[in-house]
Design a protein around this ligand. Sequence first.
Ligand code: ADP
Length: 447
Amino acid sequence: MFQKILIANRGEIALRVLRACKELGIQTVVVHSTADADAMHVRLADESVCIGPPPSRDSYLNIHQIVAACEITGADAVHPGYGFLSENAKFADILAAHNITFIGPTGDHIRIMGDKIEAKRTAKRLGIPVVPGSDGAISEEKEAKRVAAEIGYPVIIKASAGGGGRGMKVARSEADLEIALQTAKSEAGAAFGDDAVYIEKYLEKPRHIELQVFGDGAGRGVHFGERDCSLQRRHQKVWEEANSPALNAEERARIGGICAKAVADLGYSGAGTIEFLYEDGEFYFIEMNTRLQVEHPVTEAITGIDLVHEQIRVASGGGLSVRQEDIKFNGHAIECRINAEDPRTFTPSPGTITHFHTPGGLGIRVDSGVYSGYKIPPYYDSLIGKLIVHGRNRVECMMRLRRALDEFVVDGIKTTLPLFRDLVGNPDIANGDYDIHWLEKYLAKEE
Ligand code: ADP
């Protein structure tokens, strides 16, 4: 087992990882920017190293400084959290070259999944159902027309290097195709420095359903069921549930089995999430994230398994603590992402939190890095906390969520809490009846 883990992140996820390390009796080092000197993860860690000024590229993305911090403190492993360097293959390779364990998959696996064309090809080869579309990159209009005619309109053009929902264009007919292809290519080139794009069938009303998987790096793979993250705004997840209100146990076991076998065959190590669009009973692979996800706690709530413990165990060579048959799904869980944003316009609302009071009681978990008197720096993302609620079934979970939202107090800044108080009373949400466009339509109506 590791002696000392360096946590290369900030905010709630740094604290989340720190808690797991403490439980496992592992020493912790955190790194931080000058803007985060008062952050909770810095206060609670055994050691901390200031690695640079506020901008992420000079601190949380500064590989040299982070490796130096490992060497100075004698950390033998790094947990990257999510975002920042968590899916940076070069970072994983550099740590390996310094004999420091990256708590995550190999650089090669990160690379494969970071290139969407390669990821889709790999998924297909591993027996994962994919969205019908081009086999590789498309650059000629003629070829685009041929593929689109074959799969049928509407189609979507996506950047191979894409991320965060950028570089995607929908074409509803052949007349739209040329412009869509050109804009997608130039947007992708500008945003990612790589203008490779591909085409796939555009699904009109899918849900976003993702499978939590784990590999032990030695040919064993398991799945921890799915999360439904269909409630999104601008491709950013807002509310996540486990299990999905749309799946039954048989569908779960079938797609879960396919995903677990795929990670086993790939020789994948650590946590991963295989994301699908789901429509009319069919799954369509869109991407695989090779890290811990923001929304992992809903899976922990229904399985009772600490996924960060598992990540650390696997990375240290100790293997998974569970077999597939040990993983049981109990009840229902919902996560609300509480952002420091105006709940109507979603513009960031940094500032000082004058009062912070979190709900408690049975079935409630709050993962947050903030406290009363904390000043939110304007340099990073606006997530200030996650409310995760568990109940024996979805109805109980929703009752408890409504109560927990009433208890939650964040004064001094604007947050997205009022949005969740509206959503929890909405009949479509109560019925689990929503797709990936539902929230945008709802917000447009409210305006
Ligand atoms: P990114 O890595 O940029 O987030 P994804 O491939 O995960 O890109 O897609 C992001 C979102 O774009 C999806 O959650 C979905 O809302 C939409 N999307 C992607 N592919 C399709 C498709 N074939 N049909 C309909 N919507 C799609």
